[in-house]
Every structure is written in C-alpha cells, then in structure tokens.
Design a binder for this molecule. Structure first.
Ligand SMILES: Nc1nc2c(c(=O)[nH]1)N[C@H]1C(S)=C(S)[C@@H](COP(=O)(O)O)O[C@H]1N2
Ligand SMILES: [Mo]
Length: 377
C-alpha cells in the first residue's frame, strides 16, 4: 500500500510509513467493531471487536477444568458444569483494547493497527470470582491473582502462555466474573470458549480468554504480558506506567453515507441527529461534547442512562448542517474523575491508552446529490 498524505476528506488515513504485511496479517485476523454498530445497546455477536495474540486454542468442553491454586489452603478443580451451577450474574460491560487508536500514531508502533473502533459492549454471564477465592482459602501474604489461558505463543522472543494478573484486592472486587456466556449464548471460540475472566472497567488485555487456571501468588507476578507489555513508556527501558483501566472515549456513528475508499461521509443540508456511545473505566461519563469544526467549538450532547455502571452510555446531538462544504465532526467524553479526551494523540512505544478525539470527515451537499440515497440519520 502506498504512503498517503493527510487529506481532510479522507477519514482513515495513516501518515507514514506504509502498512506492513505483518500488520495486515494481524488486522485481518482481529477485527474492530464497525462504527455503525454503535447503534446497538448490546453489540451483536460477530460485530464485537476481537483480539487474539496467538491462536484460538483447541478446547474440549468435557475435558475442560479450571484449577484455582497457588497460595491457597484448599485448591479447587472445577468442571464447566461446577462453574455453571454456581450463582450467576449477567452484566453489560464495555470492552476496549488498550491499543485502540494505535494506527493513528506517527511513527506507528508495530502491533495490531487499530484505528479507533476496537470496542464492544456485550452482556456477559458468569459467576463472581470473589466467593471462589474465598472457598479456596487465600492465605495471608497473598499478592497477585494470575489468570492463565490455554493459548501459547512467542512474543518478542518469549515463549509463553497468555497470562495476566490482578492484585488480590482488584481480583476480589464483586464485579469480576468468570464468564461462560455472551449475549445469552455460550462463548464462541474467538471470545474464549468455554471460560474467560471479565474485569469490568479494565482494558481488554485483562479479560483472559480460554481460562484454564487461576493462581494466587505470594510474590508479584512478572509474566511478559504483565511487566514487559502493556506499559505507557515513551523511552525504551524506562519503568513506565502499567496500563489498567480504560480512559474515557466517545465515538459517533458517522452520519450520512460513506464514499467507498476514503469513507468520507456525504450528507444533505439540514438537521442530522448524530448518535454515539461514551465510556470510561476511570469514572462515570458525565459529559459528551460535539464539534463540527475539528474541535474548535464544542456543544454539549444529550446523555442517556447506561445499562450498567460498566456499560457505555448513548449520546445524541442534533447537528444542523446549514451550509454546503467540508466539516470535521468530533466527539469528546469527560468522566466524573475529571478525565477528558485529548484532541491529539499521545505517542508511546506500544501505542496504548490512546483516547484522542474521533474525527469524521463529512461533506455537506454532495456534487451529485441527485443520485445520492437519502441520509439515514
Ligand atoms: N487467553 C487470551 N486472552 C486474551 C487475549 C489473548 O490473546 N489470549 N487477548 C486479550 C486482549 S489484548 C484483548 S483486547 C481482549 C479481546 O477480547 P475479545 O476478543 O473477546 O474482544 O482479550 C484479551 N484476552
Ligand atoms: Mo488488547
């Protein structure tokens, strides 16, 4: 693919360098959520984003068991039926990949090249983890709870099972679930069949899929995905800040109709009800603002209630497109902890935690309006 230079009317541009075959390989395995799917309160299965580091592991439900061990007095081995027989909770949870927005950085960190749509809001059903930890009898001096998947691979030369940890306090929070269903159906292979952990409010890497063991440790867990990856670092070798909870973000359903290649939107003059969703893992969303001039002037959007404290909130804004011409629509979220989306990307080595405002290129009054279908928004 040729390098492209930024053009106002091309919504999804990457400045430099060219996308590599390796990034394309990852991009076609792991898809984002089409922005028009922001219309659904609960993201339909198949439209939810997907991130798989290595391979989807082969799993047989009958052979499957989860072990809870390590620094506990009574290790547990549970079948899927044992887990399903326990108290069940269903919770709407917004999941977003920590690398969302990575491909907008320049130079672009080499990994899954997300533009800005690595998100989904699903209804997860499972059993709370805290009572299981209690049953296993966590011993004094426990530090971390390690979640290990059935998938193995090599990343930056390190042969590993995919695993991540939480502090004992974070793992014991009541909203942390061992989930076996999504949107009322068993987990499909790509979302972690038969079992995964759901840690509401945290970036995606925390929600370990194909979960096979939970290990309580008495020293800090130092696995690759915990201490090497998922840190905000601007200089190679610095300690950096671990990536934890999601920064606030608002996204809109781009109004009108897209031009096939650039995805520039075409709308007619008049009022367009623009809608979208906003979420934060660091607080509750208290404000969403809308701009049609690239973020110079902002107006408050209307906010609706969310399905759960961990689910995105719908917002709407009646945009009055009074004049023909080119516009850059933006949305910006603020949470009650005072976090606001920045207007520009913040470069870091892994391209994580990038929550710069969304920018949608729109043309009002297409030259060939006669043939253009009516605006759907
Ligand atoms: N076992 C395992 N769990 C995993 C991953 C993985 O590669 N292996 N990817 C993580 C990352 S980086 C993300 S963003 C989420 C994606 O979850 P989803 O594919 O269900 O949307 O899963 C997380 N859990
Ligand atoms: Mo991720």
């Amino acid at each position: 693919m040729k390098e492209v230079t930024a053009q106002r009317t091309a919504g999804t541009l990457i400045s430099s360098p060219d996308i590599t075959p390796e990034e394309l390989q990852l991009a076609v395995r792991n898809h984002s959520m089409p922005l028009e799917a922001l219309r659904y309160d609960i993201t339909p299965l198949g439209l939810h984003y997907l991130l798989i580091h290595f391979d989807i592991p082969p799993v047989s439900a009958s052979d499957f068991s989860l072990t809870i061990g390590g620094h506990v007095s009574k290790p547990l081995v549970l079948s899927l039926d044992d887990i399903k027989a326990r108290a069940a909770t269903t919770l709407a949870v917004t999941l977003e990949c920590a690398g969302n927005g990575r491909a907008r950085l320049s130079p672009r960190p080499m990994s899954q090249p997300w533009l800005g749509e690595a998100v989904g809001n699903a209804e997860w059903t499972g059993t709370p983890l805290a009572p299981l930890l209690e049953e296993a009898g966590v011993r004094s001096g426990a530090v971390d709870v390690v979640f290990t998947g059935l998938d193995r691979g090599i990343q930056r030369g390190v042969d590993q099972w995919y695993e991540r940890s939480l502090s004992l306090a974070d793992a014991s929070r009541p909203e942390v679930l061992l989930a076996y269903a999504i949107n009322g159906a068993p987990l499909p292979p790509q979302h972690g069949y038969p079992l995964r952990v759901i840690v509401p409010g945290w970036y995606g890497m925390t929600h370990v899929k194909w979960l096979r063991s939970i290990t309580v440790t008495d020293t800090a867990f130092d696995g690759y995905q915990q201490v090497t990856a998922y840190h905000y670092r601007t200089v190679q070798g610095e300690a950096g800040e671990p990536v934890t909870r999601m920064n606030p973000r608002a996204l809109m359903v781009p109004p009108g109709v897209p031009e096939f290649m650039s995805r520039t939107r075409f709308v007619e003059k008049g009022v367009h009800s623009v809608q979208g969703r906003a979420w934060s893992g660091k607080g509750s969303i208290v404000k969403v603002e809308f701009s049609d001039d690239g973020g110079k002037l902002w107006s408050a959007a209307a906010l609706e209630a969310s399905a759960s404290p961990y689910s995105w909130r719908r917002w709407t804004f009646d945009w009055d497109a009074t004049k023909d011409g080119e516009y850059e629509l933006c949305a910006r979220a603020t949470d009650d902890a005072g976090n606001v989306q920045p207007s520009d990307t913040k470069w870091n080595l892994e391209g994580v935690e990038n929550n710069a405002v969304q920018r949608v290129a729109v043309v009002v009054g297409a030259p060939n309006q006669q043939q253009a279908p009516a605006d759907g928004d």
